[in-house]
Every structure is written in structure tokens, then in C-alpha cells.
Design a protein around this ligand. Sequence first.
Ligand SMILES: [Zn+2]
Length: 217
Amino acid sequence: MKKVYITMGPPGCGKGTQTAHLADFLKIPHIDTGALLRAEIAAETPDGIEAKRKIDKGQLVPPELVGRVIKNRLLEPDAKNGYILDGFPRSMEQTKILEQIQEEVGIEVQNIAFYFDIANEALIERLINRRSCPVCGRIYNIISKKPKIEGKCDVDGADLIQRSDDNEETAKLRFITYEEQTKPILDYFRGKGILHTINADQTIEAVWDDIKEFIVD
Ligand SMILES: [Zn+2]
């Protein structure tokens, strides 16, 4: 049975860093749903064109479309030994779609979910301290992950910026929306005994140590 890891957590919880690390450690692909969709859009595939039309209208990309894109990715040879899903599922509807896709792909899998738990206040503090590079996209934190030269990207020296949506009000709203959508999935995974809650309000190294405890062979 192949292991499938599902990483979940509110925006800013550090999930991206840990997921990349996990993929590296386990030598299985990190399937980032957002990146998959962006690639479809860039390649102007029929799904990409439809997704872009929805996004341009400010609508959600239909879950069936996202499911189809993910299924195609799971059929690629490198996913045969397991994979890590990032950014999917985000609702109960998507959770059901995922189970259906996994059945259709036909590789017997065991899902293991990690939830990166962090208190609202800690998350907000993290978000308002966040700076990003407009050139390469690298993320910094003026408290915990400072650039070598204040205000400049380590890679390309560009001036770091604060994203306009990294303010307290927007952060709170994003957090509440995320919690509402995710809570039913967490309950569902917990009921199946496959949910591991990780304390995400620690250093990157400490979070990684906690994750390793739950990696099963
Ligand atoms: Zn940069």
C-alpha cells in the first residue's frame, strides 16, 4: 500500500516549507494544486482555459475540473510510489472527489493527513512580519527569517515588499474562512484515524522533528 500525505493548514502556517522538505525526504512528488492549475493555464489546455475564465470572473474553479487535473497528475509514473497533496482537498466536496480519483487511479493508497495548527494571534503576527521578493517570490520574515541585508532579497538583491493583503484585518478574515471550510475535513480525517495535528507555532526545525515522528514506513 502506498502512502499519500495530505498537508493542511491556514495561510502562513509554514505548510509550504514543510511540504517541500517532506517531499525531499521521502523522494515522492509534492503535488501543489495551485501550481498544477497555473501550469494548465499557462499551457492553455482546455481545462486551463476554463479555469482562467472562472478566475477572471472572480469565481471558484469547479471542483470537478481541479479533480481532473489532479487525476492526470496522479497517473504520471512518479506518483506510483506515493505523493504529497498540497492545497487539496479544501472542502468536504473535494475530499469526496479525492477519494473517487484515488479509486479510479487504481493504486491502493493509505492517506495520512498533517494539520499545521497555529493560533490565530500567532499567525497574524507572522503574516504582518512577512516580506516577499517581487522578483523571485522568496518569502522572508523580519523576526524569524531575516534577509542577510535588511530589506533586500538574498538571491537577487531586489527590495522586499509587504503584500497588501498581509495586514491584520485580511489575515483574520482568511483565517476564519479557512477554518470554516476545513473543520469538516479535519473531523472526517480524525474520525478515520488518519489526522496528525502538528504544532506549527515552533521553529521550522522543531516542526519538522514533529512531522518525522508520524512518517510511517
Ligand atoms: Zn528575490
